[in-house]
Design a protein around this ligand. Structure first.
Ligand SMILES: NC(=O)c1ccc[n+]([C@@H]2O[C@H](COP(=O)([O-])OP(=O)(O)OC[C@H]3O[C@@H](n4cnc5c(N)ncnc54)[C@H](O)[C@@H]3O)[C@@H](O)[C@H]2O)c1
Length: 307
């Protein structure tokens, strides 16, 4: 049986742990903060209910996540360790150095980094061919796509092993062939975000209108027809003629817009601080969380159903 260790139980850890345990693997998880472990433990029943609603195959008992107090105990005998600590190169390098001393020579070391090049993380270990990017999307128990990113020194065996592992979770691996910053999902997302913020900042549209436009227009469409297939559907000649004048008008700024930095400076960070672009009461946050989870489940079930 495959044993997986997860280090870091913040936003992402519990959903990943529950998804992997459900596929019949042995999962051990750890966080340096005891309260993060408690929060992850408490969230498992809710996550398991969502996995039930998604009809995810249940090869474990759905809650078989063991929590450990130390990294040593967590990674002992692991076939794979998933590094899931905050998005800071120094923290990740320190953990990888520690893991290098603790795991066996054939243990895969995966990172859930959102965009730090995997090649940088490989500097910290003695067997860089076992280091690979495994970029989940948030919420990890709901979004079925996981990017697999090989660094400059990752072996083809490690990549193929991880692809099979993800398929074994009944999820969808996507191999990213070059170790570019942000990989693919976040490059696309940040291109959308840059244009969206720019349009709102310039007063072209209100934030609510922008969200309606994207969610019920291209968002809905893209879940069924990806951008490459959409080019074929619309016609490459149409893209060429629109792109020939529109590309030059799109936002290309390389800093972050004041629309975002001003709010951040005021402590308006979004849902976590009760205000960001929109305002949130605690009740509203709870309602949104439940409603979004229900909708994710319904849409994924509809998309996975054979037409
Ligand atoms: N949040 C997202 O939407 C999202 C999506 C995809 C990938 N990621 C990536 O996943 C990783 C984790 O992100 P997150 O949002 O869950 O972060 P987070 O800040 O919510 O949680 C990180 C956790 O790691 C713990 N931690 C820090 N150092 C540790 C150590 N040495 N050992 C054990 N635990 C330690 C912290 O206590 C914290 O609970 C990041 O690399 C991030 O870029 C995040």
């Amino acid at each position: 049986m495959t044993t997986v260790a997860i280090i870091g139980l913040g936003t992402m850890g519990a959903g990943m742990a529950a998804t992997i345990a459900r596929a019949g693997m042995t999962v051990r998880a750890h966080d340096i903060k005891p309260e993060a472990i408690e929060k992850a433990r408490d969230s498992l029943p809710i996550i398991t209910r969502i996995l039930d609603e998604l009809d995810m195959p249940n090869k474990g008992d759905g809650t078989a996540v063991a929590f450990a107090d130390t990294v040593e105990e967590t990674v002992a005998g692991a076939d794979m360790v998933i590094e899931n600590v905050p998005e800071r190169l120094d923290l990740k390098l320190e953990l990888f150095r520690q893991l290098d001393r603790l795991v066996s020579s054939d243990c895969v070391l995966a990172s859930d980094t959102s965009g730090i090049p995997i090649t940088k993380l490989q500097q910290a270990v003695s067997a860089p061919e076992r280091v690979i990017g495994m970029h989940w999307s948030n919420p990890p128990h709901l979004i079925p796509m996981i990017e697999v990113i090989a660094g400059a020194h990752t072996s083809a065996e490690t990549r193929d092993w991880l692809v099979k592992f993800i398929e074994g979770l009944s999820l969808r691996p996507v191999v990213v062939k070059q170790d570019v910053p942000g990989f693919v999902e976040n490059r696309i997302l940040y291109a959308i975000m840059r244009e969206a913020v720019d349009l709102v900042e310039r007063g072209v549209i209100e934030p609510e209108g922008l969200d309606t436009c994207v969610s019920w227009g291209i968002g809905y469409k893209l879940a069924i027809i990806g951008p490459m297939a959409l080019l074929d559907m619309a016609g490459l000649d149409i893209y060429q003629s629109v792109g020939s004048y529109l590309n030059a008008d799109l936002c290309t700024r390389d800093d972050v817009a004041g629309y975002v930095t001003d709010r951040t400076a005021e402590g308006k960070l979004g849902v976590k601080s009760g205000a960001g672009i929109f305002q949130y009461t605690p009740e509203e946050i709870e309602r949104l969380r439940a409603e979004r989870a229900r909708r994710f489940v319904a849409v994924r079930r509809a998309l996975e159903r054979e037409p």
